[in-house]
Write a protein that binds this ligand. Structure first.
Ligand SMILES: C[S@@+](CC[C@H](N)C(=O)[O-])C[C@H]1O[C@@H](n2cnc3c(N)ncnc32)[C@H](O)[C@@H]1O
Length: 265
């Protein structure tokens, strides 16, 4: 992974690209975080059978906030039929959360397939509408990471009910293009929740336009970088396709740039 360290001042706040990801961490934050990581790496092999639970001792507020945020979002779709699509998967943290929430709240709902779209090579396009921060390749994970993620998600599925029916799929490639094949292969699919977390303008706009016929009144639309000065492309895509006047966007107190809205409301 590249070690780019760009810096820009926006509204008196310093934002940096650290290891290909936008961050506003201070030097002190980085110091504490690095120490916590090293303690976590040391302890992980020593926890024993309950390693996953004990590992929560190093879980930070930011990660916990995101878990709670998605937990609340998941509950909003329990009475909405359809599949879940996440555009922008990266390491798969949100996909795994969604799988777990499905296991908790609707373990027998075999129709709630979860689809994850990603290049698995980071940003593949950056438009002039994306501002100056984003660069091709930002937010990449590891070469062939999709194979590792496939195994991780299969293990999660194996730990839940009705595990003999596969209820997730990873779609590799530029979502601007892969969405066409997905629509063709899945003529039945209506979308209960669409998560837009590709951060950049073009694929967000393309997918919104192409997927919209599969939304119902009640589809939960989730945006991860709305109103974000460093990454304006997502807001512009929403503005151009949905119209900011046409959707009642809401935010959650735990998440700065995330917004969600119910299609048709
Ligand atoms: C911020 S990360 C997603 C994080 C993830 N949603 C999570 O919660 O952990 C953004 C992801 O969008 C992906 N991405 C960007 N442009 C894309 C495109 N045109 N097609 C598919 N994926 C894209 C990147 O590869 C990257 O993994």
């Amino acid at each position: 992974m590249k070690n780019r360290y760009a810096q820009k001042d926006i509204n008196q706040q310093t934002y940096k690209i650290q290891n290909g990801e936008l961050s506003s961490r201070t030097e002190q934050d980085i110091l504490l975080d690095t120490r916590l990581l090293s303690i976590s790496q040391e302890l992980l092999p020593q926890y024993g059978g309950n390693w996953n639970l004990h590992n929560v001792v190093t879980l930070k507020q930011k990660a916990l906030s995101r878990i709670i945020y998605y937990h609340e979002l998941y509950q909003k779709i329990l009475d909405v039929p359809g599949v879940i699509c996440e555009f922008g998967v990266q390491w798969g943290a949100t996909l795994a959360l969604l799988q777990n929430f499905r296991g908790m709240y609707e373990p027998n709902n075999v129709s709630r397939t979860i689809f994850g779209f990603d290049t698995f090579e980071g940003f593949s396009t950056v438009d002039s509408k994306d501002g100056g921060f984003a660069e091709i390749g930002d937010y990449r994970s590891l070469p062939n990471y999709e194979d590792t993620l496939e195994e991780i998600l299969s293990i999660h599925e194996g730990l839940h009910a009705v595990s003999h029916i596969k209820k997730f799929e990873l779609i590799k490639g530029d979502a601007s293009q892969t969405i066409d094949g997905w629509l063709e292969r899945n003529p039945h699919a209506i979308v209960s929740m669409a998560i837009f977390d590709m951060d950049v303008y073009k694929p967000t706009k393309d997918v919104l336009e192409k997927l919209m016929p599969r939304f119902v009144k009640g589809t939960l639309l989730v945006f991860d970088e709305l109103n974000c000065p460093q990454l304006p492309g997502e807001t512009l895509a929403v503005q151009e396709v949905l119209g900011l006047n046409n959707i009642r966007l809401k935010r959650h107190p735990f998440q700065s740039y995330c917004a969600w809205g119910v299609f048709g409301e």
